[in-house]
Design a protein around this ligand. Sequence first.
Ligand SMILES: NC(=O)C1=CN([C@@H]2O[C@H](COP(=O)(O)OP(=O)(O)OC[C@H]3O[C@@H](n4cnc5c(N)ncnc54)[C@H](OP(=O)(O)O)[C@@H]3O)[C@@H](O)[C@H]2O)C=CC1
Ligand SMILES: O=C(O)CCC(=O)C(=O)O
Ligand SMILES: [Mg+2]
Length: 414
Amino acid sequence: MSESRIKVPAGGQKIVPGQPTPDNPIIPFIEGDGIGVDITPVMIKVIDAAVAKAYGGRRRIHWMEVYAGEKSVGLYGPDQWIPQETFDALKEYSVSIKGPMTTPVGGGIRSLNVALRQELDLYQCLRPVRYFKGVPSPLKDPSKTDMVIFRENTEDIYAGVEWQADSDAAKKVIRFLQDEMGVTKIRFPQNCGIGVKPVSVEGSSRLVRAAIRYAIDNDRKSVTLVHKGNIMKFTEGLFRDVGYQVAKNEFGAQPIDGGPWCSFQNPATGREIVIKDAIADAFLQQILLRPAEYDVIACCNLNGDYISDALAAQVGGIGIAPGANISDKYACFEATHGTAPKYAGLDKVNPGSIILSAEMMLRHLGWREAADLVIKAVEAAIGDKVVTYDFARLMDGATEVGCSAFGDAMIARM
Ligand SMILES: NC(=O)C1=CN([C@@H]2O[C@H](COP(=O)(O)OP(=O)(O)OC[C@H]3O[C@@H](n4cnc5c(N)ncnc54)[C@H](OP(=O)(O)O)[C@@H]3O)[C@@H](O)[C@H]2O)C=CC1
Ligand SMILES: O=C(O)CCC(=O)C(=O)O
Ligand SMILES: [Mg+2]
């Protein structure tokens, strides 16, 4: 067995799911590829400052670096993209945060992000999309965009069950489909890549259940099931049907005007929560034209990927789009964006997405005061027009600063 590269920080304590967060939690972090080297240290500095200010030294995060992606291969050797001890640490310490990781297009390794989500069964990809005053946006009134995406994170066509064109495996699957399943619709069977889209009742129900619970806990007005069930009837259509069943069977939702939309009263607030659905293409134009009609969004994996970046753009772009991957036991926070390789190491990009992901992590830990300080600092820096290049290029009179200087500008405003 190879030597451990992970150094457990002295003086820290493990977070145990279901128990109160200790004042000195150990939090594993993956720096990430590309711009990970820029944004991750800034995130740590900003979060440490917020925690110190909020709790005056009574609480402190003990950061523990764990490795994945290119840095891991450099340290552990060839093909060690996610060493076993990284998986083990993410489970053992239960709450973590990660920078982005590269996935090559076409050939090469499969997504490490997807591998991690599947291994930890992080089935909820939770991505809140809200507007910060002063952020440049392509919309006339971006404040009307206030949505929370619940994207199924472990299955769908995104999960990587596919075979390369001309491979023996692809030919075998095509022969099976033609000879044993009576499939006649594969247009060019001779040299055809094949992908499989698994969407299960269990996977869909638990995701929609989490979205509805979130709507109850956060007094939201609707949950929209976004799908392409008119075309992919037994996968996307299943997701929609299962979503309505969960609303009716588990939350007592009643049909509105004969259905399929339905609603129930929030047991905590008495306010009505409407469960509705939208076909993905129509949804993508409506979020631009009528964003106020949408609130909590539940969808399959690939749709959620597209919707995340599209909605992020409406409120200023993926420089400020946070997220969390959550299971019933573990949580791993990460930005919506990727490694933006052309900016790697330039100290240029917006660290806002990973900082706001860490803000979600603070709330998850129950450290509300520190989380509030992070929000206050983001709002104040943007309000003073001290911003990174992505916002500065669209704002009049902005002071453009680098990644680390934006973090410092936040800290100065806490
Ligand atoms: N969770 C993860 O780890 C994810 C990983 N990826 C991976 O990342 C790699 C690169 O993907 P790519 O398609 O280029 O998408 P990216 O999200 O990495 O970047 C696309 C563009 O978004 C803008 N952008 C991204 N991050 C920031 C930021 N922090 N601040 C300001 N602007 C930002 C930049 O726009 P501009 O050029 O206009 O300045 C950038 O060129 C791929 O290997 C992909 O698989 C992708 C998504 C998620
Ligand atoms: O894993 C990847 O490379 C891409 C992931 C992604 O785009 C996402 O999760 O939003
Ligand atoms: Mg994406």
